[in-house]
Design a protein around this ligand. Structure first.
Ligand SMILES: [Zn+2]
Length: 65
């Protein structure tokens, strides 16, 4: 009997075209908001939509502006 983890499939959206610069792994949307993306939003007076990403393989964090 196959076990399908639906939560993982929904949460882990793979960002096409963006790869981890360290290991070349897939970047997925991070559920946690980083301080960097929060600051970017404040500094841009709320106009920048900063998204947090995390490497699936090495867990390096990225902020996409
Ligand atoms: Zn990586």
């Amino acid at each position: 009997m196959a076990l399908i983890d639906l939560d993982k499939i929904i949460v882990k959206r793979t960002i096409l075209g963006i790869r981890c610069t360290v290991c070349g792994g897939n970047l997925v949307v991070s559920p946690k908001k980083s301080v960097t993306s929060h600051l970017a939003r404040i500094l841009s007076l709320g106009t920048a939509r900063a998204e947090d990403y995390e490497c699936e393989t090495c867990k390096k964090r990225y902020v996409l502006l």
